[in-house]
Design a protein around this ligand. Structure first.
Ligand code: FES
Length: 151
């Protein structure tokens, strides 16, 4: 089957079985390696990307569901030659990045949250991040960074 959608503002046409995970298309077909394959079961959040501004676990998200949608990955935020987004900058300056495995997913989850609500409560940040597992357990600094990004 053929599917068309935008990825970070660029239209793409993909030939693929419809049930193939979006993560596989992004990484293997499009070379976008920011979203990570962690658990592969929708539990860790390492693969989080945005589909029509909502965070999804791309490891479980069928590419057919992305047809006609606007997909955003961490590569669609700051590039090496542009300024970091507020979320990215805050994660760096507040020590929210340790091994980095979870960070692309965390960045996308927080980007979606702050796009919806520029001033979330601490509890809303923690709730939004419930699906993003940090294997370094650096949650407090990630939350601190998120709150700083709202200022
Ligand atoms: Fe998708 Fe863990 S790799 S949630």
């Amino acid at each position: 089957m053929s599917y068309s959608f935008s990825v970070n503002g660029q239209e793409v046409d993909i030939e693929s079985p419809g049930l193939r995970p979006l993560l596989s298309v992004l990484r293997d077909d499009l070379g976008l390696l920011g979203a990570k394959l962690g658990c592969g079961e929708g539990r860790c959040g390492a693969c989080t990307v945005l589909v029509d501004d909502a965070p999804v676990a791309a490891c479980l998200y069928p590419v057919a569901n992305a047809d006609g949608s606007d997909v955003r990955t961490v590569e669609g935020l700051a590039r090496h030659d542009s300024e970091l987004t507020a979320v990215q900058d805050a994660l760096l300056t507040h020590g929210g990045v340790q091994c980095g495995a979870c960070i692309p997913g965390v960045v996308m989850t927080l980007t979606a949250l702050l796009d919806q609500d520029a001033r979330p409560e601490d509890s809303e940040v923690r709730s939004a991040l419930a699906g993003n597992i940090c294997r370094c357990t650096g949650y407090q600094k990630i939350v601190d960074a998120a709150m700083a990004a709202t200022e």
